[in-house]
Ligand binder design. Sequence first.
Ligand code: PEP
Ligand code: MG
Length: 588
Amino acid sequence: MARKLKGIAAAPGIAIAPVVHFHTTLDQIPTWKVAPAEVEAEKRRLTGAIEIVTQSLVDLQKELAGAIGKHDVRIYDAQLAILHDKSFRADVENEIEQHGVNLEVALQRVVWRYEEVFAAMDNAAMRERAADLRDIGRQLVGALVASGRQKFTADGADYLFVADEFLPSDAGILDREHIQGIITAHGGKYSHGAILARSLGIPAIVGVDRVLQESSNGALAILDGDAGMVLLDPTADERADYERRLTEQRSIDRRIAELRFQPSVTPDGSAVRLMTNVEGVQDLESLEIDTMAGIGLFRTEFAFMERRQFPTEDEQVTMYARAVASASGKPVTFRTLDVGGDKPLRYFTIPEERNPVLGWRGIRLCLDFADILYTQLRAILRASAEGRARILLPMITTRSEVVRCREVLDELTTDLRANGVPYDARIELGVMVEVPVLVSVLPEVLSVVDFVSVGTNDLVQYLLAVDRDNPQVAKMYDPFHPGVLRVLAQIADATRAADKGASICGEIAGDHCFTPFLVGLGFRELSMAPVFLPRVKLMLRSFTVDECRDLVRRALAMHSTADVRRLVQDEVMPRWHAQLSGAEGGTS
Ligand code: PEP
Ligand code: MG
C-alpha cells in the first residue's frame, strides 16, 4: 500500500506524476545516490553554483555600497572567502566521493559539521562565522535548485510541484503545460498560493507536514486534491484505481457546463436541494448561485482564523451581508464560530489540551466567552435584513446549550427592535448533529430548533473513534460503516417525525457514491464544495427514490463496511458508469 500523507485540500482534482522538489532552505534538500561515474558531474555542479553565488555576492556588494557604507559591505568579503576556501571545497567533494551522496547533501553535512566546530569556539567573532557559513550553504543550494527548477520545467515532462510553500511569484516560473499538481508543507486553504492554484485549475494540497523529507525527488506520486491526500510509492492497483478516477473526473468535468443548470431531481421527480459549503468571502466571488439552492454551510471560523484579531461586529456584518447578497434570496446558513480542536485562533489562546477535538471547541467555547457569541449573532441578525440567513450552532451536545443560545437570540432581537435596527424575524435556528449523543436526545432538541445539519466529518470520527486527521488510521475512517448508516437513519427518522428540515453538510454530501444512500435515508438537502455539485446531480438523476430506499434497506441489514462497499461497487457504480457514458453520448 502507498504511504499516505494528509494535508489540506486546497484545490480539487486528481494528479498522477513524478514529484519535483523545490527548495529555499538548507533543511529541506533533494537526496539521491551518486554513482562513482557521476561524481565528476556533481563537482562540476559545485563549480557552477560557486560561480553563480560569487556573481550574486559581488552584485549585492555593488548595489549596497551606497546604502550601507564601505565597512559593512565587507561582510560579503567574509562570505566570498568561505565560498572560495580550498578546504571547504575539498571537504564537500570528499563527502560526495566517499559517501556517494549528491552535492546538496554533501553541502548540508559539511556546513553542519563546520557549524558545530565554530559554535564550540571561545572567540565570539569565530562563532559568528557559523552564520556566514550557513548563509553560503543556503545560497549554494538555492543556486542549484534554481537551475534544477529550470531544467525540470523545461524538460517537457509532467510533474508535481513539491515545496515548502507556493508563493505568488512561483506561478510565473511554472511550466503551466506540464504541472499536474501542487503539494506544499506550509500554507492554508486561503493562502495566496492556494487561491492561485484554484484559479489556475491546478489540483493542490497544502499543509502536508514534512512532504519534502517524506517524498523522493523524481518518484511517482498521486495527489488527491479532493481528499487532501498524497499517496507516495503507490502500488500498481492504487495507480490503476486513480487513473480510472482521473479519466472519470475528466469525463465528468467535460459535462459540467451542461449539467449544472439542470434540475436536481431523481428520475421519478423527487427534488433534492443541492447547496454549497463556503469557507470564506473569497469563495463568494466564484459562486454560481443559479446552479444551487443556497449556501448550506458558511464556516465563519475561517474568516476569523485569517485575521490578527477578532473582527468587529460591523466587520462581520459587512462579510455576512455580502454572503446574503451573493445568494440572491436563497438561504445562507451561517455556522457560528467553530474554533478549537484542529482550528485554533492564534490571537485567542486557550490552555493546551491533551484531546483538543474532545475539548473546548465550537459552541462550548462561545458559551463560555459569551461576548464572542453575542457579537456574532448580532452581526448575523443585522445581515439577515438583506436576504435569507439561517443560524447553525456547531458541536451541540445538550438541549440546554440550544436553549441558552435561543435566550441570547431573544435578548438580541428585543434590543434590535427597541433600537429600530432591521433584521429578519423569520430567521431560522439550527444545530449541527456531529456529537453522537445528540442523536439520542434529538426529539427533545428538535422541539427547540428549526432544522438540523448533519456534520458527518465529526460525527463519523466520534462514532468510530477514529481521528479524521490521522493518516495512520485513515483507512478505518469509513462512513459506509453500517453503524454510521444506522445512526443517519435515526436522524432522518427523528427529523421526519418532528417535521423539521435535515441536511447533510459533511464531506459525504459531496461524495456521489453516497448520494443514493442519503436520498434513500430521506435526506433532501445536501451541502458540499461547489466542485462536487455536478457529480452529485448526475448520480441523483440515476436512481429513483424507491431504488434508493431499497439500497438503504439492504445496507442497514449488513454487518460490515466491506459488505456495504461491495453493494456500492456492484449496484451503484455500474449505474453511474452507464449514466456517464450516456451523458457523454449526449443523452441524460
Ligand atoms: C462536519 O463536522 O461534518 C462539518 C461539516 O464541520 P467541520 O468539517 O468544519 O468540522
Ligand atoms: Mg464539525
